[in-house]
Ligand binder design. Structure first.
Ligand code: PLP
Length: 341
């Protein structure tokens, strides 16, 4: 059965974005962050396509997310580390490594037998990771595959970028590891000194534009489309939608679409979102409902049953809705048919 709501997902654009980010990574390898179910697209579908394109290193948040791709990903790093209850999982797959974030996790990994692991160093974000000024002795005896840190402000010109870089370079020089990794999507565009051995883009793979330097080189991957459930005429002076916030200045034609905030198309798009009927831009009228959306199709050739495309170019949709590009992707709901081509 087909839902009246679908995501068209562009495999070629996904692969293009990964290759572009790989080129920008220079000699560093380019991995992929596929946490949060591949930023809402579907982790298995993303991993399969990127493996085929040559990607070898994948990043997830939790062991459940690792398990979901364990059979198709060559190597997976689990960013949220190693709780006591994760040990059985962590010991099960040699190609899935914990990213150790705390002295407790480091001790837990060592005491449970050690082996290849990753380590996250916090260089100034004060989120996950061992502090950069931790004594070298803390890491002794670890078999560190990838030593990581994460940038707090890579998407802006901020003095913390240089500080984090310097701190990470200092740690990387004294803590033995096979590889080092600092840059997320935006970090790749900060300059070649941020590349280290491995980059870890997420957002930009999926069409997000994290910084001005990425404009024009990243392609849109996600195209939501919703079906028209009803076409109707609205008279001048009448109102549309909940709380009657939209008042028609003139007669107009409306289409009611099968999409709403329960699908991730948030209330921030009320009166600001755009939908396309072919080339005709149709503005959202009134409030976004839970399951429905009203758009103005005056002058467009639109009938009940037609599919309209929701404008979801991420920088533009983010500006229209006030939500981050990350939220726009990861909020995409479960009622979409996810259709790859
Ligand atoms: C999410 C995440 C990434 C990817 O970040 P983007 O900004 O989406 O490119 C990389 N590294 C870590 C540690 C992350 O949590």
């Amino acid at each position: 059965m087909h839902a009246p709501l679908r995501l068209r997902l562009d495999s070629a654009a996904l692969v293009h974005n990964w290759r572009t980010l790989g080129q920008r990574s220079g000699p560093a390898a380019c991995g992929a962050a596929v946490k949060a179910n591949g930023y809402g697209l579907g982790a298995r579908e993303v991993v399969g396509r990127l493996v085929e394109a040559g990607c070898r290193d994948f990043f997830v948040a939790t062991w459940a997310e690792a398990e979901a791709v364990a059979d198709i990903a060559p190597a997976v790093s689990v960013l949220h580390g190693l709780r006591e209850e994760d040990l059985p999982q962590a010991r099960r797959w040699p190609h899935i490594r914990p990213v150790l974030n705390t002295p407790v996790q480091i001790a837990r990994w060592r005491d449970s037998g050690g082996g290849p692991c990753d380590v996250m160093v916090d260089t100034g974000m004060n989120r996950l990771g061992v502090r950069w000024d931790a004594p070298t002795a803390l890491f002794e005896g670890l078999e560190i595959h990838t030593l990581l840190s994460h940038l707090a402000c890579a998407d802006e010109d901020h003095p913390l970028n240089a500080e984090q870089h310097a701190r990470f370079a200092e740690v990387a020089a004294r803590v033995p590891a096979k590889r080092t990794s600092l840059a997320n999507s935006a970090g790749i565009f900060l300059g070649q000194e941020f590349r280290f051995d491995l980059t870890r883009p997420g957002l930009a793979l999926y069409g997000g534009v994290p910084c001005p330097a990425a404009e024009g080189v990243i392609r849109q991957v996600v195209h939501p489309e919703a079906q028209v459930l009803q076409r109707r005429r609205m008279r001048a002076g009448e109102t549309a939608g909940y709380n009657a916030t939209y008042v028609a200045q003139a007669d107009q034609e409306l289409a009611v679409l099968n999409i709403g905030y329960a699908d991730g198309y948030g209330r921030g798009f009320s009166d600001t979102g755009t939908v396309f009927a072919g080339d005709v831009a149709c503005p959202v009228r009134g409030r976004v409902s839970m399951d429905l959306l009203i758009v103005d199709v005056t002058g467009a050739d639109v009938a009940e049953g037609d599919w309209l495309s929701i404008d979801y170019a991420l920088p533009r949709a983010s500006a229209a809705s006030g939500r981050s590009q990350y939220e726009l992707l990861t909020g995409l709901g479960r009622r979409f048919d996810r259709v790859w081509r």
